[in-house]
Design a protein around this ligand. Sequence first.
Ligand code: XMP
Length: 514
Amino acid sequence: PVLVVDFGAQYAQLIARRVREARVYSEIVPHSMPVAEMLARDPAAIILSGGPASVYAPGAPQVDPKLFDSGVPVFGICYGFQAMARALGGTVAHTGGREYGGTTLRTRPDATGTALLRDLPAELSVWMSHGDCVTEAPDGFTVTAESPGAPVAAFEDLAGRRVGTQFHPEVGHTEQGQRMLERFLYDVAGIAPTWTPENIISDQIAEIRSRVGDKEVICGLSGGVDSAVAAALVHQAVGDQLTCVFVDHGLLRAGEAEQVEKDYVAATGIKLKVVDAADRFLGALAGVTDPEQKRKIIGREFIRVFEAAAREVAASGDVEFLVQGTLYPDVVESGGGTGTANIKSHHNVGGLPEDLKFSLVEPLRTLFKDEVRQLGLALGLPEAMVWRHPFPGPGLAIRIIGAVDRQRLDLLRAADLIAREELTAAGLDRDVWQFPVVLLADVRSVGVQGDGRSYGHPVVLRPVSSSDAMTADWSRLPYDVIARISTRITNEVAEVNRVVLDVTSKPPGTIEWE
Ligand code: XMP
C-alpha cells in the first residue's frame, strides 16, 4: 500500500482518497506508529499529511529520520513537508507570514525539469494553510517553487525519491493538484495504477471464499448502496450460501421495497427473505412524538425482527457469517485515527446485538463511498440503486414531525415522490447529497384552494449538498424546479396546502429534522 501518515488534521482521509482515485491502494496510519511498523507493511510510498500543529510547538509530532534511510519514496505535505524538512536538517521558521486559502505558486525558473511541476504553468493557484514555513531546504534538495508567504513552497530530491509541498495538492482548490500526486505515485515512486474495480472485486472474492468456505452467510439489506454492494460481492463469491434479509418497517419511501425486491434480485439473483413488519413498527410507534423515543423504538424492533428472521434462515442451515457494509471512513473514525478527528454519531438501526454470535464479513471496509459505487456498477447493480441518495434507517418516521401513522406516511410518501421525480427530471440527482421532504404533521395553516378555505399541513423541502453528511449546506436548486415541486405537491397531495424551503446549513441544523 501507499501509507498516508495522519498528523491529526482532516487531510489524511482526503489524501488517501485522492491516491485511490489515482488507482493506487492507500491506507491511513497514525503518526504515532513506529517507523519499523510502517516499513513492515512494505509500503510502496509514504505520504506525510498536513496537521494542525506547529513543528515547534511542545509535543508536536515529529518524523523519525529513520524513515528516510529506508529508501521508500516520501511525499511531505504541509505539516508533513515541514516535519520532513526539519528531520533532514532544513530550516523551518516562524515568519509571522501566514497563508490561509488560495495563493499563487510560482515555479522557480531554474526548476523546470522537476518531477511534480514539469511542464505545468509557471504560476498556479494553490491552497495553503500554514503559519510556519520552510526557509531552507535540506541538503540534496532543490527548491522548485515559492509563494508570497513561503520562500520554499516545494522541494525535491529526485535521487532520494523524496518530494514535498507546503501547499495541499489533495484539495480541489489547488490547480493541477491531482496531477502532482499522480506524478509522485507513478513517476517518482514508480507505482502502477492497478487498483481498479475489477481487481478489487477479484481480490475480495478470493478472500471471501477462503474465509467463508462452505458455510452459510446472511446479510441485512437496507436498500442503501453499501449493504447492496457488500451482498452482491459476497454473492459472487459464495452464491446461494448467502441469504439476504430485508426488513420492511413500513417507513420507506414510495417504491423502495419494490426496488429491493424486484430490481435488486433481478440484477443479482440473490436469495431474499422479505419481512413485512409494518404493523409491528407502526403499532410500537403509535402516538410517539419524541424523536429520540422514535429512534429507540425503531432500533429495538429492528433488532427483534432481524433476529427472528436470522433464526429462520439458520434453521435451514448453519449460519456463521453476517455481512455488513462497513466502509473505510467508519473504520478510521472508530479507532484508526489519532483521536483528533470528528466523532461521527453512528445512528444506524442495524446496531445488532453481540449475542447474535456471527463472525462479520465486511468486504467494503477498505473502501470509500465513491469506490463502493464504482464497484456496484462493475457488479452490474441497477444505476438507481448505486446512485441512491442516503436514507436514514428510521426512515420517514423521523421526517414526520409529530406522531407517525399510515395516513401521514401516505401523505409524506406522495410529496416525497413528487420532489424526487422533479429532481430527476431536472437532471439534478447527482447535484444534491440528499433531499429529505418533511411533513409538519402537527402544524396547520390556512390556505385557499379551489374556491374554498383549506386548513392543511406544510411540507418542508430540505435539499442539501455535502460530501460526507458531517457538514452540509442547503442546495441552491433552480427556482423553477422548486416551483414545479411546490405546485405539484399542493395540487396533487390533498391535505398539504403549503410548501416551504429549509435554508439552514449544518451546523447549526442537522440534515434530518429529528
Ligand atoms: P443528520 O440529521 O445527523 O444526518 O445531519 C446525517 C446523515 O445521516 C443520516 N441519518 C441516519 N442514517 N440511521 C441512518 O442509517 C439513522 O438513524 C440516521 N439519522 C440520520 C441522514 O439521512 C444524513 O444522511
